[in-house]
Design a protein around this ligand. Structure first.
Ligand code: FAD
Ligand code: 5PR
Length: 378
């Protein structure tokens, strides 16, 4: 470690942890990331990123890589009982669809290229506000900054005993990555633009929804939503006859989804009393897990990772705890509002009406966390 170089220890090698690692290392810190899993990879299927996280990827030098295997669909279409409610072209809003594994690889490469060390099979058990982090193997280390980016079940957060609230919804979702099969879909429904995101809603007689999201030219992300109380709707592997009877136009891709085990996730929101504790900052699902409606869980994780790195870098060593408190005061409201709005959409199912990507709903999507003037009053 170079003299005077500050050191950060990060718990969690997900989107939040890797973004924080890449940002801090680029800003001159020595950085070590601890990932509990034996392999450096991500679970799950596809993801939608918006301007807020794409601006961060620009700063991390990952844009070329990200663009190489992602797409911007022509429109975000919403249907009710297969009748089109809206086709939003999202003009002027930067957005991109991709697989989660591609995003993970882009961020891992950016973190390593910036000089961060990423250690797999390293489990964190606790951390202290004074800057000591302890591992499951009994080792411990000192750091100038500790980042708790270890997901919704965060060990760093729980070891601090941070008061939190969990709000659960009755609905949930099972997600799959399957081959596009565009030609087969076109044959079933020739008038459809199968490159669009299509949010297929059915509320009557039964609440079932398929969110169809092309992730690149070969891979399709589909998310199947149903209330947890609907045993057949939320069953995994999926009940192929049920889903095909409601969404016959998606039969070929539903058949692929039925071949994988899948996991049903109930929607939930976590809110903490405080994201920072001395030299520790919590980011991502550890601090602010949210419902997926506005597709901002990873987006806000990356946005907060970036702004945290900037705030910590600007502060002198002795001033770090106060700088983290100020960072939370300035940045947290954007995430709080994204959480509240996503929870509201989950509770009301208002997305089924379409036309949602306007006004307040796109505040977080349009936010630029890398703009130095972002907090100025206009
Ligand atoms: P995680 O991805 O959970 O990563 C945490 C990492 O820490 C993991 O690798 C884990 O193994 C590791 N870890 C855990 N405990 C320890 C420990 N003790 N020691 C060391 N390592 C540990 N967001 C979007 O922006 N767009 C979307 O389209 C979108 N769709 C979603 C759909 C669904 C159904 C859900 C549930 C979420 C969706 N999200 C979306 C949200 C997004 O997936 C999460 O917000 C995001 O993955 C959070 O990243 P994270 O790094 O904070 O946490
Ligand atoms: N948007 C996205 C998404 O993945 C989901 C939702 C909305 C991109 C579900 O995973 O509302 O459930 C949603």
């Amino acid at each position: 470690m170079a003299t005077g170089q500050r050191h950060a220890e990060i718990s969690g090698g997900g989107f939040a942890g890797l973004t924080a690692a890449a940002a801090l290392a680029r800003m001159g810190w020595s950085v070590r990331v601890h990932e509990r899993a034996a392999d450096l990879r991500t679970e799950g299927a596809g993801i939608v990123l918006w301007n807020n996280s794409l601006q961060v990827i620009d700063k991390l030098g990952g844009t070329h890589d990200l663009m190489s295997r992602s797409m911007t669909p022509p429109a975000y279409e919403t249907r009710m009982n297969n009748v089109i409610q809206s086709q939003e072209t999202l003009d002027g809003i930067r957005w991109r669809t991709l697989t989660r594994s591609h995003l993970h690889q882009t961020l891992l490469f950016a973190a390593r290229e910036a000089g961060a060390e990423v250690v797999a099979g390293s489990e964190v058990v606790s951390a202290t506000p004074e800057g000591r982090i302890t591992f499951a193997n009994g080792d411990s280390a000192e750091a100038d900054l500790i980042v708790g980016a270890d997901g919704v079940g965060s060990a760093v957060r729980d070891s601090l005993g941070v008061p939190l609230e969990r709000q659960r919804s009755g609905d949930g979702i099972t997600r799959f990555l399957v081959p596009r099969r565009k030609a087969e879909l076109q044959e079933l429904e020739p008038e459809t633009e199968w490159d669009n995101v299509i949010d297929f809603w059915n509320l009557e007689p039964r609440v079932l929804r398929v969110l169809y999201t092309p992730a690149n030219k070969d891979e399709l992300y589909i998310a199947l939503m149903s209330p947890a109380a609907d045993a057949d709707g939320s069953r995994v592997p999926i009940d192929l006859d049920l889903w095909t009877s409601v969404f016959p136009q998606l039969a070929p891709v539903l058949a692929d989804a039925a071949k994988t085990p899948g996991k049903y996730y109930g929607y939930q929101t976590t809110r903490l009393q405080s994201w920072t504790h001395g030299k520790i900052a919590l980011i991502g699902d550890a601090a602010h897990a949210m419902c997926p409606a506005l597709a901002q869980g990873a987006g806000t994780a990356m946005q907060n990772a970036w702004t945290l790195a900037e705030a910590a870098t600007a502060a002198g060593s002795g001033e770090l705890p106060a700088a983290l408190t100020e960072w939370e005061r300035l940045e947290r409201p954007y995430t709080d509002r994204a959480q509240d709005r996503s929870q509201w959409y989950a509770d009301t199912r208002e997305m089924s009406k379409g036309g949602q990507f306007v006004g307040e709903s796109v505040e977080t999507a349009c936010y630029n966390p890398t703009d130095p003037n972002r907090h100025e009053v206009h």
